[in-house]
Design a protein around this ligand. Structure first.
Ligand code: C2E
Ligand code: SIN
Ligand code: SIN
Ligand code: FE
Ligand code: FE
Length: 411
């Protein structure tokens, strides 16, 4: 019992550590190293599901590694294979179920899958026992496979993998799946963001995006400390929020330049077009399994909602912008979201965004003085903004000014 508890603790810590690691290559190395320790085995590989195929993505092999000169890395190719029942890996991905094979050279010929001995032939390695586990996310999506090879007994003889280790290995693999997915998502979101920002006039948006991200993270941290959150939770959420907040206006890529860059005041009609940017933005983030995607989506959609419910877009169907059936006002518009119907993160970004817009010169307005900006935000506590968050905001003015000077507008 005590041993299992210790093991579980170790795995929980690993889960935390892994969610901190953002680079997918480092992450795969950790996942495989830890899984091999848990099962005491010689080798292993990670396959990722990509475009309906399995991509052999990463491998470790202790025996082969030891034969290399110190500091040399094992070379392998990223081959692809179909997700069907013919191969061991394909079978596991296809059926989303574990295969624990005592000896890959003694498979029953009647089984749909068979072992491909070409890797062994090429490297003169001898694969014997093999445990292949699907990497499933919280919603049961298979995003890859963990394949462990040649489990050892205490004397170093190859033995079958122990079925009793399966629950803990499965738990570990699924934790790893979530972390790996998050890391992949971060990478793809950042790439997406950069390519979008480049498509548009970078002059106004670059510094604004950076400042809104940094202000939001700062406000969140002060809120979280006040609410007694622990340091690990704070760090994690702060990092996620910073990225998601940077993406609050990505929906503006869908707004015509004639409106986006208009030097003067918008007409009512133009303003109505402008007000679709939260919906356009929200559509870019679809993955319900990714925390970062979900937070980015909520922020993109809700950063112009108001504490008093008079913001936009309100309760709409993101697909077409129409009001949700039970949220239509008499004037045909969608009912706005009220108070904490909007997520904490979006309420934070709403403040950071307006703070930055007022403090900066825009194509349509001059910059306000610092004093006027704080006055305006204070005045809007309880109407436009969450009053508790404004109070917190006012208590960290110095930090906010430091951030401001770190990301000056380009002239
Ligand atoms: P933005 O420039 O990032 O401004 C974000 C929000 O800051 C605005 O959301 C608004 O709540 C606040 N804000 C900005 N300037 C002022 C101001 O002078 N007074 C007050 N009280 N609040 C201000 P909003 O109004 O929903 O606008 C969303 C976006 O629409 C703006 O993002 C901007 O890109 C565009 N926009 C709004 N009004 C105009 C305009 O008159 N001309 C042009 N060219 N663009 C505008
Ligand atoms: C990630 O999803 O890995 C990035 C979010 C964070 O910084 O925690
Ligand atoms: C961005 O937020 O990445 C740029 C979108 C814009 O043009 O405002
Ligand atoms: Fe906006
Ligand atoms: Fe903005």
């Amino acid at each position: 019992m005590g041993k299992e508890k210790a093991m579980l603790d170790k795995i929980m810590n690993l889960g935390h550590m892994m969610t901190e690691l953002k680079d997918t290559d480092i992450l795969m190395e950790h996942i495989l190293t830890e899984a091999r320790k848990l099962s005491n085995c010689d080798a292993g590989s990670i396959y990722k599901v990509e475009e309906n195929e399995l991509l052999f993505s990463y491998t470790q092999n202790e025996t082969q590694q030891e034969a290399l000169p110190p500091g040399m890395k094992l070379v392998y190719s990223n081959f692809r294979m179909p997700i069907d029942e013919k191969s061991i890996a394909g079978y596991v991905a296809y059926n989303a179920d574990v295969l624990n094979i005592p000896d890959v050279y003694k498979l029953d010929k009647k089984l749909p899958y068979s072992f491909n001995p070409s890797y062994d032939a090429k490297t003169s390695y001898h694969t014997q026992s093999m445990l292949t586990i699907p990497m499933k996310t919280a919603t049961g999506n298979v995003i890859g496979l963990l394949q462990l090879i040649n489990s050892f007994d205490s004397k170093g003889n190859v033995i079958p993998f122990n079925d009793a280790d399966l629950p803990i290995l499965t738990y570990f693999t699924n934790t790893a799946a979530v972390a790996l997915e998050r890391a992949d998502m971060t990478r793809s979101i950042i790439l997406r963001m950069i390519s979008m920002a480049e498509m548009r006039d970078p002059k106004e948006t670059g510094a604004h995006v950076n400042r809104v991200g940094a202000y939001s993270a700062e406000i969140y941290e002060a809120w979280a400390i006040k609410h007694g959150k622990g340091p690990n939770e704070i760090q994690h959420n702060k990092d996620t929020l910073r990225i998601a907040a940077m993406l609050h206006d990505v929906g503006k890529v869908g707004i015509a330049d004639a409106i986006l860059k208009k030097p003067g005041k918008l007409t009512d009609e133009e303003y109505n077009v402008m007000k679709t940017h939260p919906i356009i933005g929200a559509k870019l983030f679809g993955d319900p399994n990714s925390e970062l995607d979900q937070m980015s989506r909520d922020i993109a959609l809700c950063h112009h909602e108001r504490w008093d419910g008079r913001g936009y877009p309100g309760y709409v169907n993101v697909k077409d912008g129409s009001p949700l059936p039970d949220k239509v006002l008499p004037n045909g518009k969608a009912k706005g979201m009220l108070e904490d119907e909007v997520t904490l993160e979006a309420r934070i970004v709403a403040i950071a965004d307006v703070f930055d817009a007022l403090s900066s010169r825009r194509s349509y307005k001059a910059a306000w003085t610092e004093e006027n900006v704080y006055e305006e935000l204070q005045r809007s506590a309880g109407s436009q903004f969450d009053p508790e968050l404004i109070e917190i905001f006012m208590s960290i003015k110095e930090n906010l000014q430091v951030i401001r000077s770190k990301y000056p507008d380009e002239e």
